[in-house]
Design a protein around this ligand. Structure first.
Ligand SMILES: C[S@@+](CC[C@H](N)C(=O)[O-])C[C@H]1O[C@@H](n2cnc3c(N)ncnc32)[C@H](O)[C@@H]1O
Length: 231
């Protein structure tokens, strides 16, 4: 199947009942291309306040998103995932939070360059991405040249990109892709985050999938990247 996700004329196409049901949360949920109307104006037009703007890709059940937003009321946070049912159940959890310092997007991470303007983001979080382990599927991995370029563009000079994975092969792939693109300094690289960096921000938060991996004795691999962009 051809992946049109990087094309300007890309259209989200689907028929899913949860897409409609997500409409119930229109005060903080944006679906598909709705988010792209706010490229460059997230703080001004959406959050209507100044603040550091963070993006989490692949929020899943939202453990990190919720904990981080509660701990950082002054940050503006955008979480996104493309799975419908998961998005709906996360939206239900987000709806009861008092402080709406976040927006939730039912969207694809591949669209980051269409959702955020140049130098708009203060940081990106990407935890336990789908590893696409079969060689013929490796090309679907998000961490590769095109996406890294898009993320670099959207991030401010010196901004941070945090990554965690359970998957050894994807971690090795990421390291290669990050070094090849040359856009980020690797501030931290760990093959066993919890042992080597127990005090780090990345160890402070445990995502839903991470809990399962830790229970299985899987070591958490992590990268902290810093944009080499200078202002
Ligand atoms: C293994 S789960 C991890 C979820 C969560 N980060 C956690 O650690 O519990 C991967 C999540 O990323 C989402 N995802 C994978 N590829 C994505 C993409 N290209 N754009 C948006 N979400 C994506 C999946 O739908 C899934 O919810």
């Amino acid at each position: 199947m051809v992946d049109y996700s990087f094309k300007e004329d890309f259209q989200y196409k689907h028929e899913n009942p949860y897409h409609e049901r997500l409409g119930e949360f229109g005060d903080f949920v944006l679906r598909d291309r709705e988010a792209e109307a706010f490229k460059d104006i997230w703080n001004k037009e959406v959050f209507k306040r100044e603040g550091n703007l963070f993006l989490e890709i692949g929020t899943g059940a939202g453990h990190f998103m919720i904990d981080y937003c509660v701990d950082h009321p002054n940050d503006n946070f955008v979480g996104l995932d493309y799975r419908f049912k998961r998005s709906f159940y996360l939206a239900k959890k987000l709806a009861v939070l008092d402080l709406k310092n976040f927006r939730y997007l039912r969207a694809k991470g591949e669209r980051v360059e269409f959702m955020f303007g140049e130098n708009e983001l203060d940081g990106i979080f990407y935890f336990f991405p789908d590893p696409w382990p079969k060689t013929k599927h490796n090309k679907k991995r998000l961490i590769q040249e095109h996406f890294l370029n898009s993320a670099y563009k959207a991030l401010k000079p010196g901004a941070i990109f945090y990554i965690k994975t359970d998957h050894d092969d994807y971690a090795a792939w990421m390291e290669k892709e990050i070094k090849k693109c040359g856009l980020f300094d690797i501030l931290l690289e760990s093959k066993d985050l919890r042992l080597e960096h127990p005090e780090h921000l990345l160890s402070k938060y445990t995502t839903g999938f991470e809990r399962i991996f830790l229970e299985q004795g899987i070591k958490i691999k992590a990268f902290v990247l810093q944009s080499k962009k200078v202002s």
